[in-house]
Ligand binder design. Structure first.
Ligand SMILES: *[C@@H]1O[C@H](CO)[C@@H](O)[C@H](O)[C@H]1NC(C)=O
Ligand SMILES: *[C@@H]1O[C@H](CO)[C@@H](O)[C@H](O)[C@H]1NC(C)=O
Ligand SMILES: *[C@@H]1O[C@H](CO)[C@@H](O)[C@H](O)[C@H]1NC(C)=O
Ligand SMILES: *[C@@H]1O[C@H](CO)[C@@H](O)[C@H](O)[C@H]1NC(C)=O
Ligand SMILES: *[C@@H]1O[C@H](CO)[C@@H](O)[C@H](O)[C@H]1NC(C)=O
Length: 733
């Protein structure tokens, strides 16, 4: 081949290639040609979700029927839909562009899962002028089944909730509509589709394998979530397709809410959803006096531990108190004093405080209806924050965080320490009770982080007051002949199409167990070490206890005598008050039965842990908090933390001021100072005779730990004024 003909040949090749490419280019449908048309007479949460997903992928949307009255039947169950066809027909008459492509789609229960580009490519690949979504089930007229053409693979029936096509073809399709608003749009389009001549002339096909549209009704088992690096797609596993549009039609509202948590959010396992939603509200720019006014409803419906701590925490909630109104409903006489003391000491800090006690005899359901109504009828009320007494809100910014989410109803996720129990449900069973969603465990354990649309929240949540004055204005939201008040409320909220969310983007706190709560003692919380161990520790263990190993806080005042912080001030006070409340201090009388087997008989004025039924709790305390230190300081010795003798001793100048030298009937002894020298008493302390070494200024809440029966012969030094209390345990006798 000569050089010139080679050049010519190459030139022709390049030209051909260019022609082929430009040809393709010419045939790729441009995105500007696509217009999404939807009917939405109400601005529902579902509609807002639809618009967010459209914006996310850059769809252009025309909304018809805004703020018109909806005549097409109950929009939540949608038997009608003729109004949609009427509105579409009218809107299309004004459009002239013959190559305009129209996507007509429902919006309350629809999300986009991918881009206009992908949608148009798949439309083009269908090789038809109009493509309808497909259904596995025939509706509304089952007698028409035989008239439907057979399809080689996939769904055989038409779904009117979504279709795409060229403007002239769609105009032709709706041109003959003269029906009532409440007639079925689905039947109208079905009759056109099953007419072979019309199907051919308008050139209609079905998206039988769900390449463009996925209707969820009847197809839940076919659809799974597919997690890619930075996004999530729904996949139809029956046809191995990735639908572009997901429609929670019929009874699948909850499932579309579930999928809507992932689609189209950009989402990674490391950071959670990066775009949970964009309409956040910022408090930062506001002066405190401009903060939204929040009514906090506090509900006490059963005897509950740590109520005093609840009120201490309420005081620390980060929010201007003059922008808070409190409504406290207390059904338990047992908690009356705690509520009154809070009201008297701190009530005036708040803009308002209203308390209803057990005497008013209204039940739990009525109290919730009433509380909502107080906010509903208070024109200043912007939010209602519902808070059960058993909720432990550790995060002081909870209220601000929830307000900034700017959602209709949002709950902070709280869990029961160490359990899978939480204050939300991920799914519902057929009869409306709890069902575990696929992602429930991951959310509770924080492996997936985000703001989640869920069918049920309880215990603590924030509601926009505007909702209480619109969609939720029925007084009896919490009433039901069969359901619990909380379930009735969530049922009503779901039926109104209002979304409830739970967020686990921060750590908020936990919920107490109210089971096995005894009310027979003065300080019942002391008995909570088994039922609510985390809260027990928070309340009763010294703040520096967890630091004593790593920061070397253990002191050695005498040989083999260890000294470390163990009890909080509150623990010391409660133990002393509990013993004084019980009051049966023993003299020397019962000492002989106490110390047996040849040990010295050293009488003290005391009350034993078993006299106040505290011995199981005390042993648990020794095992949890003392044993680890014993094993560290006396290496090789493993304690069972058993004791026969554990008691609180009272030293008083003219009762029993001191204790003569003695050995303890123990392997080791724990001696915890329960009050403060100088403040509560004078004198006191402990002297170890063998070493001639004394601990003379015992610190409140600190424990002395020393070997018992062999080396550490010791005496209690005289208390010269006031009253001194110590808690003594002879461990492993
Ligand atoms: C969205 O559409 C506009 C106008 O059609 C275009 O300028 C813009 O680049 C698009 N953005 C994305 C992310 O596709
Ligand atoms: C439908 O339209 C496409 C092109 O838009 C054409 O190729 C096809 O033959 C048409 N089908 C029928 C049944 O008319
Ligand atoms: C609309 O009505 C005309 C006149 O009855 C009829 O010829 C035509 O086929 C109808 N078109 C459709 C799509 O039903
Ligand atoms: C539909 O609406 C028409 C008039 O608006 C009314 O007469 C008819 O009863 C309605 N049908 C149903 C099933 O609601
Ligand atoms: C804990 O220890 C620090 C010093 O390490 C001290 O300042 C603080 O007061 C201690 N806390 C309590 C509750 O005693």
């Amino acid at each position: 081949m000569r050089r010139s003909s080679f050049l010519l040949f190459t030139g022709i090749l390049v030209c051909l290639l260019f022609l082929a490419l430009s040809h393709c280019e010419e045939h790729r449908l441009p995105e500007e040609k696509l217009l999404v048309v939807t009917v939405a007479t109400k601005d529902t949460d579902g509609f807002r979700r639809f618009m967010r997903s459209a914006k996310h992928f850059n769809y252009t949307v025309k909304v018809l029927g805004r703020s018109q009255k909806w005549n097409g039947g109950d929009y939540m169950s949608a038997p009608g839909g003729g109004q949609k066809v009427r509105l579409l027909k009218a809107a299309l008459e004004k459009m002239k562009n013959a190559d305009q492509i129209i996507l007509f789609i429902d919006s309350y229960d629809v999300v986009f899962a991918s881009s206009p580009k992908e949608l148009l490519k798949k439309f083009q690949q269908s090789k038809h002028r109009v493509v309808f979504s497909s259904e596995t089930l025939i509706w509304p007229d089952r007698h028409l089944e035989d008239k439907h053409p057979h399809v080689r693979e996939g769904n055989r029936f038409l779904g009117s909730g979504g279709f795409i096509g060229y403007l002239p073809n769609i105009k032709e399709m709706v041109a003959n509509w003269t029906g009532e608003d409440n007639e079925s749009d689905q039947l109208f389009f079905t009759k056109i589709y099953i007419d072979p001549a019309k199907r051919k002339s308008i050139n209609i096909t079905l998206d039988s394998k769900c390449r463009l549209f996925q209707n969820l009704h009847g197809a839940l088992d076919e659809v799974v979530l597919k997690f890619e690096d930075s996004r999530v797609r729904a996949r139809n596993v029956l046809y191995d397709t990735l639908p572009v549009i997901i429609h929670g039609n019929g009874p699948t509202k909850l499932q579309i809410n579930y999928l809507g948590n992932y689609i189209p959010n950009a989402w990674t396992f490391e950071t959670g959803c990066t775009v949970c939603h964009e309409d956040l509200y910022s408090l930062k720019a506001l002066k405190e006096s401009e903060y939204p006014l929040v009514m906090i409803g506090i509900f006490i419906q059963q005897p509950t531990p740590f109520v005093t701590v609840f009120f201490e925490r309420l005081l620390k909630l980060q929010y201007p108190k003059n922008r808070l109104k409190l409504f406290i409903y207390n059904q338990e006489a047992h908690h009356g004093p705690q509520v009154s003391s809070f009201q008297q000491n701190h009530g005036s800090l708040y803009q308002d405080i209203k308390v209803m006690g057990p005497k008013e005899e209204i039940d739990a359901t009525a109290s919730r209806n009433l509380a909502f109504d107080l906010c509903r009828n208070d024109k200043d009320c912007d939010y209602f924050f519902s808070l059960n007494i058993e909720v432990v809100l550790k995060n002081e910014n909870t209220l601000k965080i929830l307000i900034e989410q700017n959602l209709p109803i949002v709950a902070p996720m709280i869990t029961r320490a160490g359990r899978l129990w939480s204050n939300f449900w991920g799914a519902l069973s057929g009869d409306g009770y709890y069902a575990r969603s696929e992602d429930y465990v991951d959310i509770v354990q924080g492996q997936r982080v985000g703001v989640w649309n869920v069918p049920y929240v309880s215990s603590v949540y924030l509601v926009k007051a505007s909702l209480l004055r619109s969609a939720l204005k029925d007084y009896e939201l919490f009433n039901s002949p069969i359901l619990d008040p909380d379930m009735a409320y969530c049922h009503n909220v779901r039926n109104k199409g209002i979304f409830m969310y739970v967020t686990n983007m921060h750590t908020f706190g936990r919920i107490l167990s109210t089971e096995n709560y005894q009310t027979t003692h003065l300080h019942n919380d002391l008995w909570q070490i088994f039922e609510n161990p985390v809260d027990w520790q928070d309340r009763y263990i010294h703040a520096n206890y967890t630091r004593i190993m790593k920061d070397n806080l253990i002191e050695t005042p005498c040989p083999d005598v260890y000294w470390f912080p163990i009890f909080s001030d509150v623990a010391c006070n409660h133990l002393v008050e509990e013993m004084e409340h019980y009051g049966k201090w023993s003299g020397g009388g019962n000492v002989d039965t106490r110390i047996q087997g040849g040990y010295e008989n050293v009488p003290t004025i005391d009350i034993h842990m078993n006299q106040v039924n505290f011995e199981k709790e005390w042993q648990k305390f020794l095992l949890e908090y003392i044993a680890p230190i014993t094993e560290k300081m006396y290496p090789g010795y493993y304690t069972k933390a058993q004791f026969d003798l554990a008691f609180v001793v009272r030293y008083k100048k003219d009762e029993q001021p001191s204790l003569k030298p003695h050995h303890d009937a123990s392997t080791f002894t724990i001696n915890i100072a329960l009050n403060q020298v100088g403040l509560d008493y004078q004198g006191g302390g402990c002297r170890f005779l063998r070493y001639d070494c004394s601990v003379q200024a015992p610190r409140k809440g600190w424990a002395l730990m020393h070997p018992g029966r062999l080396t550490h012969y010791h005496e209690g030094l005289p208390t010269t004024g006031g009253v001194r209390y110590i808690a003594v345990s002879f461990v492993d006798p």
